[in-house]
Design a protein around this ligand. Sequence first.
Ligand SMILES: Cc1ncc(COP(=O)(O)O)c(C=O)c1O
Length: 354
Amino acid sequence: MRPLVAEIDLAALRDNYRLAKSLAGSRALAVVKANAYGHGAVACAEALSGLADGFAVACIEEALELRAAGVAAPILLLEGVFDADEYTLCAEQNLWCVVQGEPQLAMLEAASIPAPLTVWLKMDSGMHRAGFAPEAYARAYQRLSASGKVADIVKMSHFARADEPAVPMTHAQAELFDSVCRELPGEESLANSAALIAHPATRRAWSRPGIMLYGANPLPAGPWPALRPVMTLKSRVFGVREIAAGEPLGYGDNFVATRPTRVGLIACGYADGYPRLASTGSPLAVDGVRSRVIGRVSMDMLTVDLTDLPGAGLGSEVELWGNTVQVGEVAAHAGTIAYEVLCNVKRARRVYLG
Ligand SMILES: Cc1ncc(COP(=O)(O)O)c(C=O)c1O
């Protein structure tokens, strides 16, 4: 059997959730959209059941998958709905939904639903991606209240640059949000992971941590909270060869040996979610010792430098990321972020621990 495995440490997930919640000091929706950032949404939600105050997903398809698996906690649709029928399903399945613009609001006003909904009304406090403009927010709130379709309204917004603690934008977004919301009743929600960690003033009745639950730190520099990586992507060396100085390795001219080089072949490639842009230089660990990818990552395989690891060879265990190599390091080598790298892990067999 192909040795590539994504080991998912559910005890670490629970610890990270507890840490997020202790920072929040209030309730926290565990964000499990995009298949729990590649970790398996059903397994992660089940592991957090009884602990998490609720879950957040992108869309109704993701929410229904959790409900079908028996997840009974509140589930919020972060994108809201795409057509009016989904509001009926939300009412039937007790799903909460974001209303983030006029089309969703008008659809809800016109919808015929069996029970009123919990709506999270989103304000565009500066990100300019989704949400009602600050000057339109109170009116949207009043329309929702008067619609007869809503049991509860939670006021929310989302930050554009919370992962850049020195940038004043997060503070400005929160201030704008507060200035509009002060007169409007109901609970509030602002903080994602980075805001929970770096912007304590944004903690409200509800927070929405995502990436930190999976043990990846959203901030570029410490001090970092003691998060535990949840996914370890592991494979094995299944081929070894020596190449001479001056010889190329793999596709293209990505790597030419500058010394006699012992090359290990690993069953993992970009079809497994290992970023192709993390070619020569990206860190990995062989039998627990850090080394580096050499050559270009191909679809199903990549190659590692074993020259300085004489004890490593056929069958050696390789950690692509996990506890020895942070997924964020690999992401940085590829010019991307841990979120994207984790979400792309689809083909590897998932093994759940804890
Ligand atoms: C509206 C909203 N809230 C919360 C989150 C979770 O963010 P993070 O994973 O950075 O904690 C996301 C993720 O993109 C989001 O879109």
